[in-house]
Design a protein around this ligand. Structure first.
Ligand code: G3H
Length: 536
């Protein structure tokens, strides 16, 4: 039988993508890269390798499996460096913090190729998309630096209201626990790490479940660019590490992108929830609504990208498609034909779209979703749809999907395209109203009257309504958030600066004595806070 995808032997892997197996022994606590002598966790790739007749996920390295005592050492290092808001980093000027981040970005830029390779190996993301992830993160750092400079310029003047002078700035919140997702282990982890750091917080960073070795090239940069204890990087099982950290109640901000199950467990572990600020990116089931007058070709192209880029492993992916009965046949035929043209294979192949999946047992899970739908009346419309080869799952176009099938509600986070036919627009609207999720929606059509009616209803169901465009997070200057179970807090370059800080001010009644005190402090540059200086 013809294989749907060919896994390589080691010798068939192209040189530009090859990595040596990395036994990572170090972790970063209090400015020291310590060597771990305890247990290690093996790290397997999303990509399988053929050795003789055996095909199995490539072993690409290992990382420390830290114990509770060591995880708590990392916490203490962060707590000490913050020193209840009196630490050198917490009280540093904006200029100092921006310079540190710029130095770090320079080191990161030099590691671009290495970071790209680890993304390819650890999560199976295509070479092109992996490069984009690194570049997008570098851009995010420079945009964040510029955004903070802007904010600083705006905060560098005194206000006067009701005879009270005030200077208002944003100050850090404390110790941040930062955990990113496996699908964007660099970019989305840094989308919280960078603003947390630049606002003067101290951080404990635990990498995503896949995308661990990826951070290895950056550890020395973390050590060298920031004061000791400001950034600590730990590895290992969550129950041994982040669980005990949360139980101490010493975490001030919990920045997490992943499943609500883990988020809720960790939030509940904190003994003083009133002191915990959470920034969460969780599940979503973003629908596409295809109206009867949608142009088939452009709609299919956009939906294909929305459902299958990075194998549908994006929280913003389109995960359920509602198509009007009048055009459902033409739409499904075109979509099925288009899937066939997609290149499937290894991440380094030019033009590849669908690649192997990193999560253990993921193809089995996707298969149970397909089998469940088929047993309840759906069909897989495309040739090879749902076929599995080790860690590879051929995209499955499922139709007709209906209530009662698991795929109707569950977030597949993989290459399954479930399609529902509708006649009355209330059907997709009711789906969204009743959904536990509320991130984004895509509406496809031409009729401005119909689209405007939908916009006005759906903006209160989700946080971004996309017109004739797939759902997505970027550009990163736009707000990224969600309603209901999909998120807590808003991330964008500027919003993130606010999320990881609090407004704090110095105020004084307008009288001779206070004017003099303020003038002396400002003119003699005695304070970092009460100051009219700004950086360009
Ligand atoms: O996985 C969720 C990501 O935030 C999606 O980001 O829309 O840029 O792919 P993206």
């Amino acid at each position: 039988m013809k294989k749907i995808v060919q896994f390589p032997s080691w010798s068939e892997v192209p040189d530009f993508v090859k990595v040596d197996i990395l036994q990572q022994k170090t972790y970063l606590i209090n400015g020291v890269l310590k060597t771990w002598t305890g247990d290690f966790l093996d790290i397997h790739s999303a990509i399988c390798i053929q050795e003789g007749t055996k095909i199995s996920p490539a072993l690409v390295g290992s990382c420390p499996s830290l114990d509770k005592k060591t995880a708590l050492e990392a916490l203490e290092a962060a707590v000490e460096s913050y020193d209840k808001g009196r630490g050198v980093w917490a009280t540093a000027t904006v200029k100092t913090r921006c310079e540190a981040l710029s130095r770090f970005a320079k080191i990161m830029r030099e590691k671009r190729a290495e970071l790209t390779k680890w993304l390819v190996w650890e999560i199976g993301k295509s070479w092109t998309d992996s490069e984009k992830e690194v570049d997008r993160t570098l851009l995010y750092i420079s945009d964040t630096i510029e955004a903070l400079k802007n904010l600083d310029r705006e905060s560098s003047r005194l206000k006067k209201e009701d005879s009270i002078y005030a200077q208002i700035r944003r100050g850090p919140l404390g110790v941040v626990l930062c955990m990113g997702p496996f699908n964007y282990p660099l970019n989305e982890t840094f989308a919280t790490l960078i603003p947390a750091l630049i606002m003067g917080n101290s951080v404990i960073l635990k990498p995503a479940k896949n995308g661990i070795l990826l951070l290895h090239p950056l550890l020395e940069g973390f050590r060298d660019c920031f004061p000791a204890g400001v950034i600590n990087v730990i590895y290992g099982h969550g129950e041994e590490t982040v669980g005990p950290i949360m139980e101490t109640g010493k975490i001030d901000v919990f920045a997490f992108i992943g499943s609500s199950k883990i988020a809720n467990t960790l939030k509940k572990a904190h003994p003083r929830p009133n002191r915990l600020r959470s920034v969460l990116g969780l599940e979503a089931k973003n629908p596409a609504i295809v109206l009867p007058d949608s142009p088939i070709e452009s709609t299919v192209n956009e939906i294909l990208m929305g459902t299958l880029s990075f194998n549908g492993q994006r929280c913003t992916a389109l995960k359920i498609i509602f198509v009007h009965k009048q055009i459902s046949k033409a739409f499904l035929d075109a979509l099925s034909a288009k899937i066939k043209t997609l290149k499937m294979g290894m991440p380094w192949e030019t033009g590849v779209v669908v690649t192997p999946l990193p999560e253990k047992e993921k193809t089995k899970y996707l298969d149970t979703l397909v089998q469940d739908a088929v047993s309840k009346g759906a069909k897989v419309l495309n040739e090879n749809g749902g076929k599995t080869e080790h860690s590879f799952f051929y995209p499955a176009l499922l139709f007709p999907v209906s209530k009662g099938m698991r795929i109707y509600n569950e977030e597949q986070f993989g290459p399954i395209i479930p399609v529902i036919e509708f006649e009355d627009i209330s059907e997709p609207i009711d789906y969204m109203v009743d959904s536990p999720y509320g991130q984004q929606v895509s509406i496809f059509g031409n009729n401005s009257g119909e689209i405007s009616g939908l916009i006005d209803q759906l903006v209160n169901q989700v946080c971004r309504v996309n017109i004739n465009s797939q759902c997505q997070r970027g550009p990163d200057v736009y707000p990224f958030n969600g309603r209901k179970d999909s998120a807590e807090g808003t991330l964008s370059v500027t919003d993130a600066l606010r999320v990881f800080s609090i407004r704090t001010m110095v105020a004084a009644k307008d009288n001779e004595q206070n004017r003099k005190v303020f003038e002396t402090i400002i003119d003699s540059r005695l304070s970092n806070f009460l100051s009219t200086d700004y950086i360009l």
